[in-house]
Write a protein that binds this ligand. Sequence first.
Ligand SMILES: Cc1cc2nc3c(=O)[nH]c(=O)nc-3n(C[C@H](O)[C@H](O)[C@H](O)COP(=O)(O)O)c2cc1C
Length: 175
Amino acid sequence: MFVLVGYASEHGSTREIAERIADRLRGRGHTADVRPLPGAPEADGYEAVILGSAVHGGSWIPGAYDYVRANAESLGRMPVWLFSVGLARVLGGWFGKHVQVPKEIAELRGAVGFREHRLLAGALRPGHLPLFGRAVYRLMGGRYGDFRDWDEIDGWADAIAADLSATGASGGTPV
Ligand SMILES: Cc1cc2nc3c(=O)[nH]c(=O)nc-3n(C[C@H](O)[C@H](O)[C@H](O)COP(=O)(O)O)c2cc1C
């Protein structure tokens, strides 16, 4: 199937996850088009869509959210997966308790009816935060590092690839 893997990324970790997902899909016979958001072509040119965003301040980056809203009608007719990349799953303390799934996801489920949303662990370096932000982050028990779980990402991408193959074999999602 012809699949868009769209991403919104500030510092590159979400882009690298999108590229990895696309590579796995290609390895399983699909054609994957990796595009930054905003900037991707309209969704109705694809047969399936996977969209992800870094989480900033509890929210998706606006480019990713705006793409889903603008293409909601087309996306509602095809298989869609969403992913969010943040630190909620790996941080303890205040962040682990308060920073969870981005607030837009429930709303987007109503608008698009995606198959799954996956919250993936991301990466953070001190240089990504302003000086004051670094001090607050440290006080709240935040940690730095690259927490991406490539085995989990590969497994998720492979499950999507299998799902797409099954969908394609059965003639696609009814329009
Ligand atoms: C300014 C800023 C705010 C962030 N806010 C959140 C947040 O609210 N929740 C979360 O889980 N992660 C948060 N993070 C962590 C990033 O989402 C995470 O590091 C992610 O991997 C960044 O993706 P990117 O490299 O594609 O930009 C924040 C990072 C920065 C720099």
